[in-house]
Design a protein around this ligand. Sequence first.
Ligand code: SAH
Ligand code: SF4
Ligand code: F3S
Length: 561
Amino acid sequence: MLRQWWLRGVGACSTFTRAHSGCSTSSSMKPKRAIPSDGLQLSDFIREGTKKQRQKAIIPSIEDTKEYLSPEDLNGNGKTVCYVTYGCQMNVSDMEIVRSIMSQYGFVESDQKEKADIVLLMTCSIRDGAEKKVWNQLKLIRSNSVNKRQIVGVLGLFSVLMNAKISYLTGCMAERVRHDLLEKRNLVNIVAGPDSYRDLPRLVAVASGGSNAINVQLSLDETYAEVQPIRVDAESRTAFISIMRGCDNMCTYCVVPFTRGRERSRPIDSIVEEVRRLRDQGYKQITLLGQNVNSYRDMTSMDFPMNPSTTEDRVPGFKTVYKPKSGGLTFTSLLEKVADAAPDVRFRFTSPHPKDFPMQLIELIASRTNLCKQLHLPAQSGDDETLDRMGRGYSRDLYLRLVDDIRIILPNVSLTSDFIAGFCGETEEAHQNTLSLIREVGYSFCFVFPYSMRGKTRAHHRLTDDVPENVKARRHLDLTTVFREEAMKLNQKLIGTEQTVLLEGKSKRDVAFSHGRTDGGVKAVFDNSKSQLNPGQYAKVLITEANSQTLKAEFIRETDL
Ligand code: SAH
Ligand code: SF4
Ligand code: F3S
């Protein structure tokens, strides 16, 4: 469920159905403020650094071949590209941007991975398992390919780590690994980080000339604001809009701040414009996306509040590793604008941080029917000492107080969360505290991950990954079992109630049945053979059965939101 956030192995080479629209190519040459290619240090998050330090930070990670390429060299001239996406919805959304850029340059999408001229693999690096999957995919692609000149590119976060791994090593060791990765095994020709997608046509041109091409520079301002994504899942009438990128929080286990860089937000107007366009095209659900979606802050707008208050932007008591931010337009302003710009479109957002749920935001959600009463509130742990080691900036008690405050204003809210099983130093007692938090809150869904130590993180430098894998696996199972028990109770309480469901598609098992989601984000299935509603239509349904993941329902009538 909650397809919006963690999608795994999102499938290969999907064929796009919508025509592309313009992305400005000239801005691809715009100078960007760069972050060192081997990632950010803690100091990058707490102060700006001296001018000299900033200059030192601009290290180009590519051999600059611009002078030798003419604009014609960048043209795809109908070369075929197969897009393969792994990881979360952020990655799916990034691939939509890549599709747009490539098609603007004359490349054509293909679903033939074995024959395509170019295969672009969007990857994930958040856990070790995701990384291993990518290596296996790369080997498979090379061994199955019938196109001897096929160019393979690795995009996204994994690419940043891969390059970092190479640059960590010095001397002949580095040379050996580089040779191994890029040449001997001949697995990859292009490595492009999350802020260098505009550079892809050039990287392809370099790789077509027989060289390996790498650009993993992180940027302080790239948001791809004006690139209109080419969406692949138009049928369900649900879309995702990336509103911000990066993360400044530095949770000690997390590699995202190092691979996606610092927080930056798209200008509000470009988002509202995209919302209007999607509404005009018949989309009925939009999910706003960002690594820290509710830390959104548009600093480019002229529409600044005169006396910006910083404390109201955050939940009192929640701490950050960075100085409080001020000014600009916050997530609450953005959500109000998009909700009012498309009143018949449902809005969700993911993934937020609990600290950025000020009460005005909750009150706004309460005041608009089209803002779904479903909030993702990633807790990670229910144990104070573990939360402290994770650097989350809140205690169990503060988190629970936030849940109570939210439920006073939104009594029927559906809460979801993320948990990590077996973080460094997690005792059995700490694990029990997490189980009790899950019971106390009662989530309708949780994403549970066994802890996986990632290079570059603070946990990697300072803590020991001391929970044995079999213990992690057992705790992972405990957490899943308990959240499902609670979800089952919540879903069963819905039996006998009427819910508004937005139709997303036909059931795979029985085409007479269609499925959609309630306002709270729970999947509901009902017999649509008489009503014949289409994806994008709203139905009032009566809930008749429930398990921990799905509701069964009877159709009552078609409805507006
Ligand atoms: N910004 C969001 C989360 C983004 S990462 C937040 O603050 O919650 C998504 C999830 O991946 C995290 O919530 C965490 O549960 C999980 N995760 C991140 N790093 C991990 C690691 N090293 N091992 C296991 N799970 C991890
Ligand atoms: Fe998504 Fe990135 Fe996280 Fe992977 S590391 S799940 S791609 S945000
Ligand atoms: Fe990761 Fe924490 Fe940011 S989980 S994405 S560092 S909020």
